[in-house]
Design a protein around this ligand. Structure first.
Ligand code: PMP
Length: 426
């Protein structure tokens, strides 16, 4: 039964049982309306209220200002956001360059001259920067190459080059090859497959005292809501809901409002065509989705409702908001890592200590010189105790314990005890 299981799957992840209980009622009959939450129109007032409350609660919990940041709900998945970030931030770059050229050439400049200058800028100056620290930032980097062409995509650092071709470390910032004035710098804050998490916001990307700095994009699909983040350092943060926020099917973008009208207007399709740049599908244009309060097309209000309930629960549980959850996440992670470290003869933690993820704890298990068989035995014995979802990602193997917010402290304690018992058993 549900009560007997602690599920450590990497996503979709377990959701709080009380949220699911409320949701199961809401599916049948939402607030006595006789109609379920998945049946109500996405254009109803009730749907708008759900969206607006979830937006406000997210800003409240993460402590960012809704004056400066827009929250957008989409259905793109983290993978769709790999593409959306390219389209929208390259579009913003084009708009800025166009304004600068017009400014330089004066009001009387003819359209052809502006276009020629813009073309030249694209050819000589357009760069997007990627820091590759694991499987997901690698995928995002490859998507940018595919959409834009590799000539525009700069690999700032590849973590595999300092770790025998494998992920598990983050190269020192002094070795990063950042472009001058990149359209954006991209990184994945927590690599779900590889168990690598940035210990803090990279200092080399930190804005100066006047708030000027690089345009930073982060994928926080697997660690959002688990730690305090300096939202003001980012231009765009995105994440799929299915780990710490809610059910699969809704993806969130937190976007600095300066990238939206009236401050920034995305270039038209004909202009992009003339510049040889990709034209975004309308459903990936933040400007369009934001203008329609995430309702440009049919959004799954059920998924937004679940996310909203999870946020309400977090706000109720932790008076000090994300700091409260962060303290618990750190405690759980240190219990599990501690149990692993106590038996170095049996367990090998995959990532370097300095970049260990608090959310996805990746390790190998070896006894009598045998890893594969031992890991199978480990997984079987864990399952018997109700500790499930521990198998590592198919691309890297091993064991992965995903320590998301819905894992209770007792769940982490149970896993830590099992890790200890398994090592001691003959
Ligand atoms: N980024 C990260 C860090 C992820 O963990 C995942 C999915 N596990 C994705 C992106 C891709 O998300 P989706 O499957 O929703 O496209």
């Amino acid at each position: 039964s549900r009560a007997e299981i602690t599920y450590f799957g990497a996503g979709p992840a377990a959701l709080p049982t009380d949220v699911l209980e409320a949701a199961s009622k809401a599916l049948l009959d939402f607030n006595g309306t006789g109609l379920g939450i998945a049946e109500h129109s996405h254009r109803s007032e009730l749907a708008t209220n759900i969206i607006n409350e979830a937006k406000a609660d997210l800003a409240n919990y993460l402590e960012f200002s809704p004056e400066n940041y827009e929250v957008i709900f989409m259905q793109a998945g983290g993978t769709g956001e790999f593409a959306a970030s390219v389209y929208n931030l390259v579009g913003a770059w084009v708009s800025r360059q166009q304004a600068a050229i017009k400014n330089e050439l004066g009001d009387s400049a003819d359209e052809e001259a502006v276009l020629a200058a813009l073309r030249k800028k694209v050819e000589t100056e357009l760069k997007v920067d990627y820091i590759v620290t694991g499987g997901w930032s690698l995928k995002a980097y490859q998507e940018a190459q595919r959409l834009l062409g590799p000539e525009y995509v700069n690999l700032v650092a590849d973590a595999r080059t300092i770790n025998d071709g494998k992920f598990g470390k983050i190269p020192d910032e002094s070795t990063w090859k950042l472009s001058k004035d990149a359209a954006y710098v991209y990184f994945c804050d927590n690599e779900t497959v590889d168990g690598v998490e940035f210990p803090a916001f990279p200092s080399i990307l930190t804005p100066d005292a006047n708030g000027n700095g690089p345009i930073v994009v982060a994928d926080m699909s697997s660690n959002i809501l688990s730690r305090r983040i300096p939202v003001n350092n980012y231009s765009l943060i995105f994440f799929g809901a299915q780990k710490n926020l809610g059910s699969t099917g809704v993806t969130v973008a937190i976007l600095k409002k300066s990238f939206l009208p009236p401050h920034t207007v995305q270039p038209s399709a004909p202009l992009l065509r003339k510049l040889g740049l990709p034209i975004p599908p309308i459903i990936l244009q933040y400007e369009i989705i934001a203008k329609n309060n995430s309702l440009y097309n049919t959004l799954s209000i059920f998924d937004v409702y679940i996310a909203g309930q999870v946020l309400k629960k977090l706000l109720k549980t932790y008076p000090d908001k994300v700091d409260g959850q962060q303290a618990v996440a750190e405690k759980k992670a240190s219990l599990i890592y501690g149990a692993l470290e106590a038996h170095p003869d049996v367990y090998r933690i995959v990532p370097d200590k300095s970049v260990r993820s608090k959310m996805n704890i990746c390790f190998r298990v070896t006894k009598n010189g045998n890893t594969d068989e031992t890991e199978k035995t480990f997984l079987k014995a864990a399952t018997v105790l109700g500790l499930t979802g521990l198998k590592g990602h198919r691309s890297v193997g091993g064991i992965r314990a995903s320590n998301y917010n819905s894992i209770p402290l007792e769940g982490a304690e149970k896993l830590a005890k099992f890790i200890d018992d398994f090592a001691k058993a003959p």
